[in-house]
Write a protein of this length. Structure first.
Length: 229
């Protein structure tokens, strides 16, 4: 059994229908999708080592399979710039998640002003469908999203990047370099393949996929599972 299967089977064996952010990103990484540099810790001694490994500035998040909308719950601290701020964030978040069975995610602070969304949803009729659109807070507000049924080829993925209303955000904007379209295309194809490879995967949500310069990086991710039929 490969790493991809192990991640999914572990969750299903525990009766879970979601992967944690850390597990979700491990699965993405196994599909060669760029994710943030991060370390999952479960105690303060490990936390101190993780800070040194990741380096400032960083993001500190609660991490557990059943945690959704972490920002709204006050379980995320961003732009942490020194050990004092890191310790305070750790203590505040740990107080809120005691007993959840999760840990703390120490993550690099990815800088970028453009946020995208890539996802997959399993349709009862068509099977895995790939999504692409604006990310962050604009996903629900503007609903600027396009879909394709997997498997998708390069031409399909290219069409998706051109079909969103805000497609100009992928070009050279306000001194920011154009997005690496080849990388975006590869990510879209691979997310579709993930759905084809693993029937238990019901949904994949990469949001935000931040453009750091020209390079897309998955800053947050959620994989939802359903027991195989």
């Amino acid at each position: 059994m490969g790493e991809k299967e192990k991640i999914i089977e572990q969750a299903l064996s525990e009766g879970r229908n979601t992967l944690s952010e850390y597990e979700s990103k491990r699965l993405l990484h196994a599909y060669d999708i760029p994710v943030t540099n991060e370390v999952l810790v479960r105690g303060y001694d490990d936390f101190k080592g993780a800070i040194q490994k990741v380096g400032f500035p960083l993001v500190i998040k609660a991490c557990a399979p059943d945690l959704a909308h972490k920002t709204e719950q006050g379980l995320v601290r961003v732009d942490i710039r020194n050990e004092e701020e890191a310790q305070q964030a750790y203590e505040e978040i740990m107080l809120k998640v005691q007993g959840s069975g999760g840990g703390i995610l120490v993550q690099e602070m990815v800088k970028g002003h453009r946020e995208l969304m890539v996802g997959m949803t399993r349709d009862a009729q068509f099977g895995p469908c790939v999504m692409f659109g604006l990310g962050g807070i604009f996903t629900e507000i503007l609903k600027d999203v396009v879909f394709r049924v997997a498997p998708i080829e390069r031409k399909d993925a290219l069409e998706m990047t051109r079909e969103i209303k805000a497609h100009k955000i992928l070009g050279e904007v306000r001194g920011m370099p154009p997005a690496d379209i080849d990388e975006l295309v590869r990510i879209l194809i691979n997310v579709g393949q993930m759905g084809l490879d693993h029937e238990p995967i019901k949904e994949v949500d990469i949001n935000p996929l931040i453009l750091s310069g020209s390079k897309p990086i998955a800053a947050d991710a959620l994989v939802v599972l359903a027991p195989p039929t």
